[in-house]
Design a protein around this ligand. Structure first.
Ligand code: HOZ
Length: 430
């Protein structure tokens, strides 16, 4: 860790906390973040020559593994034709077509450069279309660092104890209503009181920013029905779940059709891409067709589009998601069994290539309260022991994990072997 330590020390003089995104600073778990030099398949290699089995996957995009040859070839080939034109290209339509083939609810869409941009734009559009100002989000869900959405937010906001960010005008925050995830009664009660003023519900259909929390049966359909009853829009934030949990994303998996969808991560294959889209009548409100303004110099950037398109091509094997899910199942069941063998209580969740584990007595973790009741000290020690063993999990209990098509049975077995040792050590500390 010598070189990483030096680089981190130097970086603190350049970036707040030494990083360009807060969770990377290891503030929750302590210690020094490894500085990565190279990624290959399921592995990352740091500046000190240590290899890690990577379960962060750049926070989701690397579904095919790092430096996948087809993606790299597509990026190289696109780069040779020029990096950015700020003008229409054929490849942006090719990626949009591939997205719409998989998510038919995205009748029209717009490419942007990040998930945050996508959710920010979707919220503005929902307000513009409905002529209403309030939005409803769920406690512990995170939708990027958009002012309106940094209210009871998850991910880094929660990791650093700032779920309601400073700098967000109180007047704006007051337009964001929150209720617990998976609590349909609370949603219905709120709509009974405020429904006429709510432009949209925005939800991660599988929450991935308070650890991984799945929707209980009927929750998403209940949101759909509530929105329909009150003339509000339903926005699925599928930045994390998009192309990650099912070929049709979470909306395909749960068979609930949102009005608007936001995407990011996998659709860029590791380059900065986001998208928002949905019902054509709503999307036609966006400039230049309508009065809701949204724009971006790097939107639809050809290199990023090439990376995304090559990544989506790589998902076409009919067994792809089945195999991805089997990998996540192998990992989570192995972690849980070895934790239990050591007398450590653990709950896990997984869908497609997304997973979460919780140091919790609960059989199933389904809401923010249960997440907050988990044992954070155990998480920290486990994280550090696994990192020392060359296993890289997200450095916060409020993030989910990702497996890729490149993770082999041997990688998972090595991870579980390391976890057995870490759980035994944990058991001895109590
Ligand atoms: N907020 C991101 C995950 N939910 C982490 C971004 C990063 O550090 O790159």
């Amino acid at each position: 860790m010598q070189r990483s330590q030096q680089l981190f020390t130097d970086a603190k003089g350049l970036f707040p906390g030494g990083v360009n995104s807060p969770v990377r600073a290891f503030g929750k778990v302590g210690g020094t973040p490894p500085y990565f030099k190279r990624g290959q398949g399921p592995y990352l290699f740091d500046e000190d020559g240590q290899r890690y089995i990577d379960y962060v996957g750049s926070w989701g995009p690397m579904i095919l593994g790092h430096a996948h040859p087809a993606v790299i070839a597509a990026v190289k080939s696109a780069a040779e034709s020029g990096l950015s034109f700020g003008a229409p290209t054929e490849i942006e339509s090719m990626l949009a077509q591939a997205i719409r083939d998989a998510l038919p609810s995205m009748e029209l869409m717009r490419m942007v450069s990040s998930g945050t941009e996508a959710t920010m734009s979707a919220i503005r559009l929902a307000r513009g279309f409905t002529n209403r100002e309030k939005i409803l989000k769920f406690e512990g869900c995170y939708h990027g660092h958009v002012d309106s959405l940094l209210v009871k937010a998850g991910s880094g906001a929660l990791t650093f104890g700032e779920p309601d960010s400073a700098g967000v005008p109180a007047a704006l925050a007051s337009l964001t209503l929150t209720v617990p995830f998976n609590d349909l009664d609370a949603v219905r009660d709120l709509f009974a009181a405020e429904g006429d003023h709510i432009a949209a519900i925005i939800v991660e259909p599988i929450a991935g920013n308070m650890g991984m929390v799945c929707p209980i049966d009927g929750f998403l359909q209940g949101l759909r029905d509530t929105c329909d009853r009150h003339g509000s829009l339903l926005i699925f934030d599928e930045v994390m779940t998009g192309f990650r949990v099912h070929p049709g994303s979470a909306q395909g998996l749960f068979e609930v059709r949102p009005d608007l969808t936001t995407l990011g991560k996998v659709i860029g294959g590791g380059l900065p891409v986001g998208a928002f889209g949905g019902r054509a009548d709503i999307m036609r409100c966006i400039a230049p067709l309508g009065p809701v303004y949204q724009a971006g110099t790097l939107s639809g950037n050809p290199i990023a589009m090439a990376s995304g398109l090559a990544t989506l091509e790589g998902l076409k094997n009919p067994n792809f998601y089945h195999e991805l899910e089997a990998t996540a199942e192998h990992l989570t069941s192995g972690l849980k069994a070895s934790a239990q063998a050591a007398g450590i209580a653990m709950a896990t969740n997984h869908r497609g290539g997304m997973f979460g584990f919780f140091f919790s007595d609960a059989e199933l973790v389904t809401d923010f309260t249960a997440v907050m009741a988990c044992d954070g000290d155990r998480f920290n020690q486990f994280f550090q022991d696994m990192l020392s063993a060359g296993i890289y999990f997200a450095p916060s209990p409020f993030e989910c994990g990702f497996v890729s098509a490149a993770h082999s049975k041997t990688d998972i077995a090595q991870t579980i072997d390391a976890a057995e040792i870490a759980f035994d050590a944990l058991a001895k500390t109590r």
